[in-house]
Design a protein around this ligand. Structure first.
Ligand SMILES: *Cc1c(COP(=O)(O)O)cnc(C)c1O
Length: 231
């Protein structure tokens, strides 16, 4: 008996694969991150049992509660994808494998210090506001290089793996693709400028992950298309 979540995962994977194929990319180069805000631990565990390896949570409190209730025999990668306040960094750090929403040098310094205390290197993505929408988190495109320079110079325990963005709500396909292309261009520029791989591009959600894959996404963050509409 195939569950709804399993079916949805299958469908999303097929969509990723055909988008990748259309532009000469490999489906394996696109990580499916299940976005699990408001979902139960049971739903999340089912997704992981169906082969989804990475979970994206937005809120620190919710993430911590779920990790406590998480089945001991089931392993997954936990990524924080929502805005992180500095005063919650200490609490959340032991519970996550990566922070995908790094958006200021102050936060980077705090995370870097705590990572150092616990003797680990924390993978991070730098979040860029590619749409200019005021409601969006992330550094402005022109703030990216200064932020990355600061992280590389001052935060040896942070390991920048790439960039993250949320596509615009307005403007349709053109605007969304434009935002994703901008993220890709920024990453290309940053790789040259700082001589680091900066390989990951986290972009694409339920409504636009197909376009994101065509624009070079290596990590799509999908909630609704896997678990259904949120309340
Ligand atoms: C909620 C959320 C998503 C997933 O949104 P869906 O439309 O449900 O796929 C992706 N990224 C971030 C940062 C989110 O907050």
């Amino acid at each position: 008996m195939v569950s709804r979540i399993e079916e949805n995962i299958q469908r999303v994977r097929e969509t990723i694969a055909s988008a990748a194929e259309r532009c000469g990319r490999r489906a394996e180069d696109v990580l499916l991150v299940a976005v699990t805000k408001t979902r139960t631990v049971e739903e999340m565990a089912e997704a992981v049992r169906c082969g989804v390896g990475a979970l994206g949570e937005n809120r620190v409190q919710e993430l911590l509660l779920k990790r406590e209730a998480w089945p001991a025999d089931l392993s997954a990668e936990w990524r924080l994808i929502g805005h992180l306040q500095r005063n919650k960094a200490r609490k959340v750090l032991p519970a996550v494998d990566a922070v995908d929403s790094l958006d200021s040098l102050e936060l980077a310094r705090t995370l870097g210090r705590i990572a150092e205390e616990s003797g680990r290197s924390l993978p991070v993505l730098l979040e860029v506001n590619t749409s200019g929408e005021a409601s969006k988190e992330g550094v402005a495109p022109e703030g990216l290089f200064p932020l990355l320079e600061g992280v590389l110079a001052e935060c040896p325990n942070l390991s920048p793996q790439g960039l993250m963005t949320i596509g615009p709500l307005e403007g349709g396909e053109r605007a969304v693709r434009g935002a994703f292309a901008l993220l890709r261009t920024l990453a290309e520029g940053a790789r040259k400028e700082f001589s680091i791989p900066l390989k990951e591009l986290s972009m694409g959600m339920s409504g636009d992950f197909e376009w994101a894959v065509e624009e070079g996404s290596t990590m799509v963050r999908v909630g609704t298309a896997l678990f259904g509409a949120r309340n």
